[in-house]
Design a protein around this ligand. Structure first.
Ligand SMILES: [Zn+2]
Length: 417
């Protein structure tokens, strides 16, 4: 009796009433089963048009899993009617607590999805004694709802980036909103081709794209092409994070080649485990690492030369005026082109070719935080790492929207989780 009172407070359905409530065996273990009945004289609703029609017949009773209480699983038990709709024919009626053939109630899915944002899907499945697949379906429901009901007004600053997934065998293109106060994942899609980003702009809409003021991106040519075409009023910024990433990739390439040469010449590999010393900024090194870096710097190595070129370039970001910064960039490119470090020369050529876009960074200074994309990217990588069992891109996309999309939730009374 008390359970019925509580349920009527939390989850009251027009046209339906709670009936008998008892403990019964479901799937081998004891569960709480609550009958639901249609109100007398109520008519079933057509799932296609929402109009009520005559009852055609009644199907056998089905169980719908609800939010568990204490150690018990909870099920609603209801025998769905079939409605005779003048337009759509005979259909199974639509129910306010569930949909289609899904066994879980909407409330339970929303509840599980909320837990899945805090814990890994595997952990949630274990805690609620359900399958990984059920968690996936719950999260997918929440994400589908969120994407259909989110507000995309006022998006004026976005960032485009790619992340490698499945051990680098595939890429996901990520589009983030970067407006102050609203940093979220707007879109993600497989691969990083022209048509990938075109898909985003198509879904985002022409009108909204025209309102974009800043687009922050990588130097990846397909992205640049699409941004120029589809966001005609936006300043395309190549930001600090993306540019410095190119430097790190180049240093790593020089270091790898050099380490191979050491190995071939059977010399001691002084660069062993030196990767992080060279990739980290000096201020982020520990005392021990700093002294090891000091030792390395004394050697006349290509890796060190590459490292010093990057450290030299850092000053670029401190300029206040873009014309001075531009002059510095030119000088740096000349110096680098005189070295024999091919990966660094590649970076130099890239900087030279994209100079106006790089200088846009100074135009937008103060308006776009250079750490925004980096921060969101780290979160995305964490989601992927935490996500055991995501074997498909589809799963990854759902997980990323769920944790980074800041999506509205379906209306549900279970605010207590
Ligand atoms: Zn209908």
């Amino acid at each position: 009796m008390l359970i019925k009172t509580v349920l009527n407070k939390f989850e009251r359905f027009k046209s339906f009433i709670y009936g008998d409530c008892r403990l019964a065996k479901v799937g081998g273990s004891e569960a709480l089963v609550i009958d639901i009945k249609a109100r007398r004289n109520s008519k079933p609703e057509c799932p296609e048009c929402g109009k009520r029609g005559k009852t055609y017949d009644t199907q056998p009773a089905r169980l719908f899993e609800y939010v568990p209480i204490w150690a018990f699983k909870v099920f609603f038990r209801y025998a769905p009617r079939r409605v005779l709709c003048p337009i759509h024919g005979v259909k199974v009626e639509s129910l306010p607590w569930g949909y289609g053939k899904e066994q879980m109630t909407i409330s339970y899915q929303v509840y599980l999805a909320r837990w899945a944002r805090r814990l890994s899907w595997k952990e949630v499945a274990e805690i609620f004694k359900t399958s990984w697949d059920s968690i996936f379906r719950a999260v997918q429901y929440a994400v589908d709802y969120g994407l259909a009901n989110r507000n995309l007004d006022g998006v004026t600053e976005i960032g485009v980036d790619e992340i490698a997934v499945f051990k680098g065998h595939q890429y996901l293109t990520m589009v983030y909103q970067l407006n102050a106060g609203v940093r979220r994942l707007l879109w993600c899609g497989p691969q990083r081709r022209i048509r990938t980003l075109l898909r985003f702009f198509r879904e985002f809409g022409k009108e909204r794209s025209a309102k974009l003021k800043y687009v922050c991106s990588d130097m990846w040519a397909p992205y640049l092409k699409v941004i120029a075409k589809r966001a005609p009023n936006a300043v395309n910024i190549l930001d600090r994070f993306h540019i410095m990433r190119k430097f790190n990739e180049a240093i790593d390439e020089v270091r790898r080649t050099e380490a191979k040469e050491f190995k071939a010449a059977k010399q001691e590999n002084v660069l062993e485990k030196g990767r992080w010393l060279l990739l980290k900024r000096p201020e982020n090194l520990s005392e021990k690492q700093t002294s090891r870096l000091g030792d390395l710097l004394k050697l006349n190595l290509s890796s060190i030369k590459a490292y010093l070129l990057r450290e030299d370039f850092q000053q670029f970001w401190d300029y206040q005026r873009s014309d001075f910064a531009g002059k510095f960039l030119d000088d740096w490119v000349i110096r680098t082109m005189q070295t024999d470090l091919e990966p660094m020369k590649k970076v130099a050529r890239m900087l030279r070719n994209h100079k106006p876009m790089i200088l846009n960074w100074f135009k937008a200074k103060g308006r776009l935080s250079s750490g925004a994309v980096e921060g969101l990217n780290l979160k995305a990588k964490l989601t992927i790492r935490k996500a055991y069992g995501f074997r498909t891109i589809k799963c990854l996309q759902v997980a990323l929207y769920h944790t980074l999309g800041d999506l509205p939730e379906p209306l549900c009374h279970h605010r207590f989780c």
